[in-house]
Design a protein around this ligand. Structure first.
Ligand code: CMP
Length: 137
């Protein structure tokens, strides 16, 4: 079933020069395509909407600080089972628990600075795509 998802390469991925590596892994998945891509600095208002479910949690303020510490790359990826597939490619939130071969498992150690975001459901994907790429249908 073809789907689409919103992916963010977080500021740590951009700072560490891992954009090409991560995009390469996405591009090599059979049948997936990147249909929108933008380098942008995320402001607090955008982050508050994006992370609405986390507002008020202990990690929320440091998360916003980190996510606004430098530019991110926002992408829309389309293809077969891409919501579930992109979460698998990223690995679990905690990079130490992430298997080698996943993006977080290969490159991460810190829970907050876990390199990538990928929408957790088709419904979240549509909401997040509207937020980051309001011009896309
Ligand atoms: P992600 O799952 O993409 O979206 C929520 C983010 O909040 C998560 O990645 C981490 O970057 C961050 N996060 C979640 N839980 C924690 C935590 N316990 N400590 C620090 N950061 C967290």
């Amino acid at each position: 079933m073809s789907q689409r998802t919103l992916v963010l390469l977080k500021p740590d991925a951009v700072r560490r020069g891992l954009v090409g590596e991560i995009i390469g892994r996405i591009e090599r998945k059979a049948g997936w395509a990147i249909t929108a891509l933008e380098l942008r600095s995320l402001d607090r208002a955008t982050l508050e909407r994006h992370y609405a479910e986390h507002v008020g949690k202990a990690f929320y303020e440091p998360l916003v600080e980190f996510m606004s510490s430098g530019p991110s790359v926002a992408l829309v990826v389309e293809g077969e089972r891409v919501v579930e597939g992109m979460r698998a490619l990223a690995g679990p939130t905690d990079p130490i628990a992430a298997a080698p071969g996943s993006i977080r498992g290969d490159f991460g150690t810190i829970v907050r600075e876990n390199l990538v975001h990928a929408s957790d459901s088709p419904e979240s994907a549509e909401r997040e795509i509207k937020l980051f790429f309001p011009g896309l249908i």
